[in-house]
Design a binder for this molecule. Structure first.
Ligand code: NDP
Length: 516
């Protein structure tokens, strides 16, 4: 007798034969009563859940956050006090590609962290860049449409991407980073993470501070060129999964240094730029980085689907001592991430083991999809509403954050007027990048613009010129050079008119923005 576990049905009964279907004769037909065959086929049909609309392709691992600095002046969060060690999960991702997309594509990377604190789960759902393409949530669905497939051709559309960006100069900063070396990291371990938004910390005196979170890779920022990445994708589409999984399996545990920038609450009112604008960084010289600790990833998931695909990260998950800010993009994400998970995983997605807090949970939400452990956590079956006389859970007023000061009229303020979209990309281009980095930026962007209609390219060039004349000249030279190599007349593709190239007709294009 073998010592293998015994095969059973999903309801636990012994399963006698997993090779041969039950038929009326040797040659068939099949009998309806062979329910376990139907069960197998039905399960296979249901193995996929809706993939994330954005950030569908991801790689994750478990680890621990350790705090080394004294942050008690800023926050009462227990997970951020000196000496605290908090178990965590990280999921990295590309933004645009579907769940089967190649890992080594030029794209922004998601950098999502879930900290299982003793006061509830704290999720910091950021990117590997400190800024984003847009500053107003109204633009998010439009922006993502340009990154996904064209409705008619079902292909990615460089025309749509550059049309949107050239009509949205607030995107200049993020597009510059995307097209720079940092737009194609060697692996998830070789990139920084940023909370990106401005968040707040509040202490036990009820004082609020604005804060930016940074996670600096201790493996070093390492990047590939487009040509190197193309060679890798020709060999494997799973390069990130291989590197992250195998590193941890082999006992090499990647680490990121955690740092914060802090701004006094009232300082925001006199700041020269809007500190809640997601297209802007806080300059380090004005808001120095403070070391606060580090996190290490040291355990691979046992099951990818259960621990990474069904992991639900949401900026709505905060804990006492940590909160949001007026950032319009953050405010919208508070709703949309949790809502995405309700759609993808079911109403009670927090009951999936990877999402379950490691502290006691008591609430009055009732029934619904995925209510597998009993949604009501009140400790008394009679306490199924609130307030009640049956010793049900009561609110915790001491967890109330200090009031968020708001002022002004309810209005649709023009988010494009009066903002300086050029100075910060200029600082990156002029002050941070070396000439070699600028040259590669010119090449990446010039190549990505090949085949895009001339009016759109010229509109974009106009923005580059306002950042720096060398930026425009460098990208223009590469665009002309690469257009000629690809057989395009850079002045021959107007948006309208009877040409073979109309918006949405991607036939004559280079395949993706990753191609040079
Ligand atoms: P600093 O010189 O103090 O900091 C520059 C930062 O740029 C460093 O954190 C560095 O990261 C990062 N960096 C280097 N190359 C790139 C790249 N190709 N893409 C994105 N980031 C890169 O300057 P300031 O704080 O005055 O900011 C100047 C510009 O630097 C900003 O406009 C912004 O574009 C960029 N930047 C600023 C950050 C901030 O929070 N202030 C954060 C990241 C970028 P590292 O230390 O890991 O090498």
């Amino acid at each position: 007798m073998s010592n293998n576990p015994k095969l059973t049905t999903t309801s636990g009964a012994p399963w006698p034969n997993n090779q041969d279907s039950v038929t009326a004769g040797e040659r068939g037909p099949l009998l309806m009563q062979d329910y376990q065959l139907l069960e197998k086929l039905a399960h296979q049909n249901r193995e996929r859940i809706p993939e994330r609309t954005v950030h569908a392709k991801g790689w994750g691992a478990h680890g621990v956050l350790k705090i080394t600095a004294d942050l008690s002046k800023y926050t009462k969060a227990k997970a951020l006090q000196a000496g605290a060690e908090t178990p965590m999960l990280a999921r990295f991702s590309t933004v645009a590609g579907e769940s089967g997309a190649a890992d080594h594509e030029r794209d922004v990377r998601g950098f999502a962290l879930k900290f299982y604190t003793e006061e509830g789960n704290w999720d910091l759902v950021g990117n590997n860049t400190p800024v984003f393409f847009i500053r107003d949530a109204y633009k998010f669905p439009d922006f993502i449409h340009t990154q996904k497939r064209h409705p008619k051709t079902n292909m990615r559309s460089p025309t749509a991407m550059w049309d949107f960006w050239s009509l949205s100069p607030e995107s200049l900063h993020q597009v510059t980073i995307l097209m720079s070396d940092r737009g194609l990291p060697v692996s998830p371990m070789h990139m920084n993470g940023y909370g990106s938004h401005t968040y707040s910390l509040w202490n036990d005196k009820g004082e609020r501070y604005w804060v930016k979170f940074h996670f600096k890779t201790e493996q070093g920022n390492k990047t590939y060129t487009n040509e190197q990445a193309e060679r890798i994708v020709g060999r494997t589409r799973e390069g990130y999964q291989e590197q992250l999984f195998n590193s941890i399996k082999d006992g090499y545990f990647p680490r990121w240094k955690m740092q914060i920038q802090v701004m006094e609450e009232l300082e925001a009112e006199n700041c020269a730029f809007n500190p809640f604008d997601l297209t802007k960084v806080w300059p380090h010289a004005d808001f120095p980085l403070m070391d606060v600790g580090y996190f290490e990833l040291n355990r691979n998931p046992e099951n990818y689907f259960a621990e990474v695909e069904t992991a639900a990260f949401a900026p709505s998950n905060i804990v006492p001592g940590i909160s949001w800010s007026p950032d319009k993009m953050l405010q919208a994400r508070i709703f949309s991430y949790a809502d995405a998970h309700r759609h993808r995983l079911g109403t009670h997605y927090d009951q999936i083991p990877v999402n379950r807090p490691k502290c006691p949970v008591h609430h009055y939400h009732k029934d619904g999809e995925m209510n597998v452990y009993g949604g009501m956590k009140t400790g008394n079956p009679n306490a199924y509403y609130e307030p009640n006389s049956f010793n049900g859970p009561v609110e915790q007023r001491d967890a109330q954050e200090p009031p968020l000061r708001v002022s002004g009229d309810a209005e649709r303020y023009d988010h494009r007027t009066g903002h300086d979209d050029y100075s910060q990309p200029r600082a990156l281009y002029e002050k941070v990048m070396t000439q070699d980095e600028r040259d590669r930026l010119h090449g990446n962007m010039g190549g990505a613009l090949v085949g895009v209609p001339t009016e759109i390219v010229e509109r974009w060039m106009g923005h580059l010129k306002q950042v720096h004349p060398d930026y425009e000249a460098g990208v223009r030279a590469k665009w002309e050079e690469k257009s000629a190599e690809a057989g395009y007349d850079p002045n021959g593709l107007p948006i309208t008119g009877d040409t073979p190239h109309e918006a949405g007709d991607e036939t004559p294009h280079e395949p993706t923005i990753a191609s040079e």
